[in-house]
Design a protein around this ligand. Structure first.
Ligand code: ADP
Ligand code: ASP
Ligand code: MG
Length: 400
């Protein structure tokens, strides 16, 4: 007998028919003699709709109250799925995050799981129940509800799999696996049979929303093998694990991130310590910096540009104006940019990967304004309007 954790995203439980479909998948797994714990997200666009409702009343609502609101989405889907499973005649219990033992820190809106008290989960498994857990949520030391950040149900599933040493952790979604690019945008995107944690972590961080990046980080830390597969089409998905077959692939995928801003500080004093001042202040405010570009100094001044999430742009500008405004530097932000990245461990042993990417963009008439590289990624900053065209051009260059 195995313990299997299955996670179903919002589209997989979007309506009554889809909920019944999930109930069937879950009970089939249970019928085979397995213990099953299921994690579900809110139905369809429920979370977005709840955010919109909040904005109608108070766009500056506190994060605590936002979490109180958003956790309601998952409460609806766990109870509906449990009812569907009852209808099929199987023993089932639905649990909210706190009932399932999810203890988090106090960072409302992006809480981190501190531990999972597994007693309740274990006792329900002992009673041979199918357990349905609300993803994306937990409780903090003040007994307040918290959420784990958008897409956080993936992390809930991995955390349960890690805590209970599950034999399998399956992430069911609306595509049949992880592809070389978003299969909804790129027609000939290819499904990967497997991919390493490191590559998947980069893909997820650089824009492929199919898995939440924190879930991949946690899966790597606790060696939880993940399978990404479809709840609608029955076929093998993609396995995420420590070592993957190379399949002669130079790169594993192309992604875009349109949620970026370029911040520029033009005309700051060209003296030691300015870059340090700038980035330590931003780090203290938990603003994550990505691509960095510094100009060659001239006439005693220099320029530094970098990218960050667009949601941090206004705060970053404010911080930098405080720091450098008095010395005459001009700070600006530009959110009409997008980051296009390629990811793959194969590029480490091949020269020419970067030139292939840049060549594809050149042929498509797309200008690159910033470049950054790591061992297994190359990212470029381009005009946001051209993001889809750029992904298509780069994907074609590598995958035909
Ligand atoms: P869920 O609601 O199941 O959590 P998400 O919408 O969060 O699903 O993630 C699945 C979506 O991720 C797919 O519908 C697909 O459009 C998108 N996606 C982006 N990049 C990729 C990729 N490289 N491979 C597969 N899907 C991708
Ligand atoms: N419902 C949450 C969201 O939309 C969590 C999730 O889907 O994983 O972000
Ligand atoms: Mg998701």
């Amino acid at each position: 007998m195995s313990l299997i954790v299955q996670k179903f995203g919002g589209s997989s439980v979007a309506n009554a028919q889809r909920v019944m479909n999930v109930a069937k998948i879950v009970t089939d797994t249970y019928k085979e003699g397995n213990d099953v714990i299921v994690v579900v997200s809110a139905q369809g666009d429920t979370t977005d709709d709840l955010i919109e409702k909040a904005n109608e009343i108070n766009p500056k609502a506190s994060k605590r109250e936002m979490d109180m609101l958003l956790t309601a989405g998952e409460q609806i889907s766990i109870s509906l799925l449990a009812m569907a499973i009852e209808k099929l005649g199987y023993p089932v219990v639905s649990l909210l995050g706190w009932q399932a033992g999810f203890n988090t820190n106090k960072a409302y809106g992006s809480a981190r799981i501190e531990n999972i008290k597994t007693e309740r989960l274990q006792s329900e498994l002992d009673k041979k129940k199918i357990i349905i857990v609300a993803g994306f949520q937990g409780v903090n030391k003040s007994d307040d509800l918290t959420t784990l950040g958008r897409g956080g149900s993936d992390t809930s599933a991995v955390a349960i799999a890690a805590a209970l040493h599950a034999d399998r952790c399956q992430i069911f979604t609306d595509v049949t696996g992880v592809y070389t690019a978003d299969p909804r945008k790129i027609e000939n995107a290819q499904k990967l049979s497997d991919i390493t944690y490191d590559e998947m972590l980069e893909l997820a961080t650089l824009g492929a929303q199919v898995l939440n990046n924190r879930s991949v980080e946690m899966a790597k830390k606790y060696s939880v093998e993940l399978e990404v597969l479809s709840s609608l089409v029955k076929e093998p998905g993609t396995i995420v694990r420590e070592v993957a077959k190379m399949e002669k692939m130079l790169i594993r995928g192309v992604t875009k991130d349109t949620d970026v801003a370029r911040i520029s500080v033009v005309g700051m004093k060209d003296i030691p310590g300015n870059a340090f001042k700038m980035f330590s202040k931003l780090a203290a405010k938990k603003i994550n910096i990505d691509v960095i570009l510094q100009s060659v100094g001239r006439d005693g001044t220099k320029d530094i540009s970098f990218t960050c999430a667009s949601s941090h742009a206004a705060e970053a500008v404010e911080i930098l104006e405080d720091l450098f405004g008095l010395e005459g530097a001009v700070v600006s932000s530009d959110t009409s940019v997008a980051k296009i990245s390629i990811v793959g461990a194969g590029m480490q042993s091949h020269s020419g990967t970067a030139s292939k990417m840049f060549g594809a963009l050149y042929e498509a008439g797309i200008n690159i304004s910033m470049i950054s590289t790591s061992e297994i990624t190359i990212s470029v900053l381009i005009e946001k309007e051209l993001a889809d065209k750029a992904v298509a051009a780069v994907h074609k260059a590598f995958f035909g």
